[in-house]
Design a protein around this ligand. Structure first.
Ligand SMILES: NC(=O)c1ccc[n+]([C@@H]2O[C@H](COP(=O)([O-])OP(=O)(O)OC[C@H]3O[C@@H](n4cnc5c(N)ncnc54)[C@H](OP(=O)(O)O)[C@@H]3O)[C@@H](O)[C@H]2O)c1
Length: 324
């Protein structure tokens, strides 16, 4: 048996309740992983509430974790009991102390990367990797806008974009978050509780706008994000922290001849080779100090509901892990 967070229905954080679950032996191709840290992600809120239809309750949410290999099923090569591993998997269920995971999703951890660090950064860091290198080709001299720049994805994205020579404009809701975003490389930070960001973007880019806007906020920012683009700019709408963007009339793109995309991490790690490539780049960036992992909050796994309340209330910064 293992302790898990089980929800009987879709709903708010209050549906997340600790319970014992049977884990069983790993099937063919699977590895049994004892979790030492579980990553908290905004996507967990969408799966919990039912906005993303990935879970049919009763069941367990959670897309990423790190831990130690306990046992391997038949046909598994390359992983052995005692190996330290981390994973992102598009099947929810990581909010549990032990889990059987297909070996295809596991990444071995180098000694210098801690378990908590790994659990905190796999999903968010690989997202920053593909946003900057695969969905866009952000490079030296590009002005880019990063929303929620002090958040989990936001801090990594900001630091990496800055390293690539971009001029990074970040949005945050408080002065404390602004300080954090600046410390990670943001050149200009807009505190959205008292300032509108399209005007600031135009001011700091000499009226041109940003080449790329990375928007994980969704409904509340969509229109202003478009208004912050440079001619031929690209709005990457990659999340919905404020709610899903309503259906869009493509005509809204024409004033700037703009591009609009709605990507997903899992499309960028759809094969083992792609996963190795994206994860390898992330681990390399971490090793070289280009990005860092800032675990600003930890919660016991049993208190996952409290972590969700804080995440949705915009109280968290950087990355967060749940500890089984
Ligand atoms: N498509 C993909 O492949 C992919 C992969 C990973 C993550 N994502 C998306 O990336 C975004 C960030 O994820 P994360 O886990 O790193 O979360 P996070 O950024 O740590 O937390 C969300 C942040 O969004 C901002 N926000 C603005 N309006 C909000 C609202 N109405 N409610 C809650 N937060 C609001 C808050 O920052 P301020 O208070 O500073 O505004 C908040 O801290 C999410 O939308 C997530 O779904 C997408």
């Amino acid at each position: 048996m293992a302790v898990a967070i089980v929800q009987a229905t879709h709903g708010g954080p209050e549906v997340l309740k600790p319970a014992d679950v049977e884990v069983g032996a790993p099937a063919e191709g699977e590895v049994r992983v004892r979790h030492t840290a579980v990553g908290l992600n905004f996507i967990d809120c969408y799966v919990r509430s039912g906005l993303y239809p990935l879970l049919d309750p009763p069941g367990t949410i959670g897309m990423e974790a790190a831990g130690v290999v306990e046992a391997t099923g038949t046909g598994v090569t390359g992983f052995h009991a005692g190996d330290r591993v981390a994973y992102v998997w598009n099947e929810p269920g990581a909010y549990v102390a032990e889990r059987n995971v297909p070996a295809r999703w596991l990444v071995k951890l180098p000694a210098e990367v801690g378990d908590r660090e790994a659990a905190a950064m796999m999903l968010k860091g690989m997202t920053a990797e593909y946003l900057l290198h695969r969905m866009t080709r952000a490079g030296a001299g590009d002005a880019v806008l990063v929303h929620a720049a002090a958040g989990g994805v936001g801090l990594i994205l900001t630091a990496w974009a800055k390293h690539k020579g971009c001029t990074v404009v970040g949005t945050v809701s408080t002065d404390a978050k602004a300080e954090l975003a600046r410390a990670h490389g943001a050149d200009h930070v807009v505190v959205t509780s008292r300032e509108r960001f399209p005007e600031r973007v135009m001011e700091v880019t000499g009226g041109e706008g940003c080449v790329y806007v990375y928007d994980g906020i969704g409904k509340d920012t969509f229109e202003d994000s478009l208004a912050s683009l440079k001619k031929h700019g690209h709005l990457v709408s990659y999340g919905n922290a404020s709610g899903a963007v309503p259906p869009v009339n493509l005509q809204v793109l024409s004033p700037r001849c703009a591009m609009l995309s709605r990507p997903s991490l899992f499309q960028h790690i759809a094969t083992r080779a792609e996963l190795d490539d994206v994860a390898g780049n992330l681990l390399d960036a971490l090793r070289r100090g280009i990005v860092s992992v800032d675990i600003d909050q930890t919660y016991p796994l049993a208190e996952a509901a409290r972590a969700h309340v804080d995440l949705e209330a915009r109280k968290t910064t950087g990355q967060t892990v749940l500890l089984p």
